[in-house]
Design a binder for this molecule. Structure first.
Ligand code: NAD
Length: 795
């Protein structure tokens, strides 16, 4: 049986090796990062009088990788502090130290002979039982293990991360026939539970799952573009969000990946398959020319697109010149934009015969679906693995088989047959058997089609799907903005589902009703949802409308009710765990701050950003962030309330948003009791477990205490900073006005330093300040701008 992974080593500190080391550090695993010893000195090293024997020279590659980790955007590290967990070294002086680790992951250049030589050395030094894996993009795993010891082979497998490892969810695990099934099972759960990845089991075939299909789909797209005379920009305008794919669509994705990497991956399949399929992986001439010209994409400054100042130009693949970017606008595109839901949009497009966009999309999608269907069994055991790989690795909203269901299996197959396309026999058999979709849900369980009949989709027990839960159990209560659902084990879930999960009166009402229900019949409550973002704040449009109509009475009431609901959450006798993830802004952050405990996804971007729309937090956020920072200090130490208020002031006045849950902890949104869940799909499960453990421990709500504030001296200190920023032109007059209000609220008003005030008094100050700001024309202009343009107005 595999041992637990407590320490790891990464071999190769390039793009992937350093990114993997960073992610291991993110989950708290001390990691040794090794690279080769340089053979030549750099000019700087010579100038310092160093020789090739100098430690800094010998570790140069890995050391440079560490420096890059601190600078890279998006950040590979969830907290800069995590870098302390990565120790650098080299392949000569430190190789023996591989005996100390439990997992060795190889990420050196993509060459079989180099990898084999590395593994031969690993085999000599590793401790028996140590797991060894390769991050290869597509070289045969079995071939790499040839000649190795039995113990090595038993513990060897492919672990294919996607770039960047922190952000891309997919981890393909590729066992060989010799890999111990216990090692495979352990790595699957380690990948999911500890690393937070979406693990897919792949077979040892060229490029495994996602890159095989992704590369095929991309090359089909290029060929269809050339045959139909479409432009690069036209293709990107219809192969992105319109069909449920990332904004970077086709060619911008390629520019980000790098054409060299892409061609390498495509060639790997080309060299390892035969016949018609081989031709499909032949890279078109113009892309080879791009490669020769060094037009690799973002890393070389130009690729399919070229950015000059604010303008973006696209490559004309016939003239090889850059031209203004074009978009494909056709009746089908317009109709699809209006259509509701992914299925309706796709159907509008792919069956729009004669429409230039529709024809292109059908001609890309149809062969990709058929190719994928032919590979089931060869590259993966079932369709589920393939769908998950494409969603997690390429950011597609739907996998190929889900997309196929969305456009209608029977209808699309009829069209394919009419066009003389070759349909895999298992699909025609499936239809003949009366099975007309790849997926079905029954009583909240998802089933997938496999020859012989539908089988249940096996998932990690920690994955909860709210939609399926509702299908199976219904809801306890519901209104337009939120639902109360039974999560099982006597825990309830309050789900936000208003547009963008914005908080309005309906959600506030539901918070109150949920607490009543939970206190009567449940052990506790989870507040969470599974949208794109946890919550981006209050319903700005509604507030602006009220403010413009000068309905200040209604606004006052709404803010007061929100404050009261969150006070009820805070002092509720049963535990309330809030489970934020992704964007958790404004009111979303305030709901989190009111919780008995926060269970945040590792990727949580939390902040009180009201200043951006000319406001300050109105739901108790100022007070709670202040109290949370105050409470994080041990009792008995001398506390400087001015410093604490000023630090909260800085966070709110600058609308700081954490770039991870780890950073949210550094900003004081989370404390040491709050939990972080690496795998976003496990968030609700872990939030529920937190409720249960608090309940079992005999949960008591916090005791309502008076809050010591910084008072007048705090106000003066905060104001001074804001005024100097105003005088040096960093902030506008309106910013200064907002800053004054914020400082006043955080200082607890005009009271002497150290005065102990009631929480309600602080809420009243906050509400007053909020209402006076929302009446300001400049604040209303900021709100309007945010609603229309989606970004803050500086006025
Ligand atoms: P890279 O070029 O950034 O890094 C390669 C590393 O190998 C460097 O640290 C280099 O010093 C080291 N190296 C070079 N020659 C060596 C030798 N003779 N012996 C030992 N080490 C040597 O490459 P990368 O993109 O990080 O790729 C590493 C692995 O990960 C490859 O197998 C690649 O296929 C795979 N991969 C890459 C990506 C990607 O998007 N870049 C994604 C998934 C997997």
């Amino acid at each position: 049986m595999a041992k637990r992974i407590r320490r790891a080593a990464v071999l190769g500190s390039g793009v992937m090796g350093s990114g993997i080391a960073a992610h291991l550090a993110n989950v708290g695993i001390p990691t040794l990062l090794l690279d080769i010893v340089p053979r030549e000195l750099t000019k700087e090293e010579e100038a310092k009088g160093w020789t090739l024997e100098h430690k800094q020279v010998r570790n140069r590659l890995a050391n440079q990788a560490l420096e890059r980790l601190l600078k890279q955007k998006p950040a590979p590290l969830m907290s800069k502090d995590n870098i302390a967990l990565i120790e650098t070294g080299n392949f000569e002086d430190d190789f023996h130290r591989l005996a100390e680790v439990d997992w060795i992951i190889e990420a050196v250049v993509e060459k079989l002979d180099v990898k084999k030589a590395v593994f031969a050395r690993v085999d000599e030094v590793r401790t028996p039982g140590t797991i060894v894996s390769s991050n290869t993009s597509g070289i045969s795993i079995a071939a790499m293990a040839e000649g190795r010891s039995d113990d090595f082979k038993k513990h060897f497998l492919g672990t294919h991360f996607f770039n960047p490892p922190r952000y891309l969810k997919l981890l393909e695990i590729i066992p060989t026939e010799h890999t111990d099934p216990d090692v495979v099972a352990y790595m699957k759960s380690f990948g999911e539970d500890v690393l937070g990845k979406g693990v897919v089991m792949a077979k040892d075939t060229p490029n495994f799952i996602a890159n095989r299909i992704g590369t095929y789909g991309l090359l089909v797209t290029v060929r269809e573009m050339m045959q139909g005379g479409y432009s690069v920009g036209e293709v990107d305008s219809v192969t992105g969000p319109l069909i449920g794919r990332p904004k970077s669509a086709t060619f911008r994705t390629l520019d980000v990946v790098g054409l060299d990497t892409f061609v390498h991956v495509a060639n790997n399949v080309y060299e390892n398959v035969e016949g018609e399929e081989k031709e499909a992986f032949r890279v078109p001439e113009f892309m080879k020319t791009m490669l020769e010209n060094g037009w690799l994409g973002s890393k070389s400054g130009q690729g399919f697109f070229l950015k000059q100042g604010k303008d973006i130009f696209e490559l004309n693949y016939v003239t090889m010149q850059y031209e203004p970017r074009k978009k494909l606008v056709t009746p089908a595109v317009e109709m699809a934009k209006q259509a509701k839901g992914a299925a309706a949009k796709l159907q509008t497009l792919v069956y729009a015969d004669g429409d230039r966009a529709g024809t292109l999309l059908w001609n890309i999608i149809a062969p990709t679906l058929l190719y994928t269907a032919r590979l089931v069994g060869e590259i993966a055991d079932d369709i589920v693995a393939i769908d998950q790989a494409m969603k997690w690795g390429f950011g597609w909203e739907q996998g190929p088989f889900e997309l196929w269901d969305a456009i209608g299996l029977e209808k699309s197959v009829r069209k394919m047959q009419a066009e003389g396309r070759d349909i895999p026999s298992w699909i025609t058999d499936m239809l003949a058997d009366g099975a007309t979709s790849f997926y079905q849900t029954k009583n909240g369980r998802l089933f997938y089609y496999a020859p012989g009949g539908y089988k249940p989709v096996e998932e990690n027990e920690k994955v909860i799907h709210i939609r399926r839960l509702k299908e199976a159990r219904g809801v306890i209560k519901k209104n337009a903005g939120a639902s109360l659902i039974d999560l099982g084990d006597d825990v309830a879930l309050l789900e936000f589902h208003s547009p963008n999960n914005a908080i309005g009166a309906d959600i506030v009402q539901m918070i109150n009703e949920a607490l009543e229900e939970v206190n009567r019949n449940y052990k506790g409550l989870v507040i969470g949802n599974q949208g794109k973002n946890f919550c981006v704040g209050a319903n700005l449009a509604m507030m602006l409308m009220e403010a413009q109509d000068e309905n200040f009475f209604e606004l006052e009431l709404a803010v007061r009710q929100f404050q009261q609901a969150l006070m009820r959450v805070k002092y509720n006798p049963k535990p309330v765990v809030v489970a934020p993830f992704a964007m958790t802004l404004g009111g979303g952050a305030e709901v989190s701050l009111a919780a008995s405990r926060i269970q945040a996804a590792a990727e949580t971007y939390i902040g009180l950003v009201e200043v951006g729309v000319g406001l300050i937090p109105g739901g108790g956020g100022n007070k709670e962030l202040y109290i949370k920072r105050l409470n994080s200090l041990p009792r008995g130490v001398d506390v400087d309330y001015v410093k604490i208020a000023a630090s909260v002031f800085e966070t709110i006045a600058m609308a700081k948003v954490s770039t991870s849950a780890a950073e949210a902890r550094e900003l004081g949104f989370l404390n040491h009791r709050d939990g972080i869940t690496m795998n976003g799909d496990h968030l609700l499960y872990e939030a529920k477990q937190a409720v249960l453990s608090m309940y079992e421990e005999g949960y008591r709500p916090p005791v309502r205490k008076k809050v010591p504030v910084a008072g007048e001296s705090g106000y003066a200190a905060m104001l001074l900073g804001a005024q100097s920023m105003f005088h040096s032109g960093y902030i506008s007059e309106h910013d200064l006005k907002i800053a004054k209000k914020l400082a006043y609220v955080l200082a607890g008003g005009k009271v002497p330093y150290g005065t102990e005030v009631d929480e309600q008094y602080l809420l009243d100050l906050e509400r007053e300040a909020f209402l006076s700001l929302i009446g300001e024309p400049k604040t209303q202009a900021r709100m309007q701008h945010m609603l229309v343009k989606g970004k803050p107005l500086r006025n």
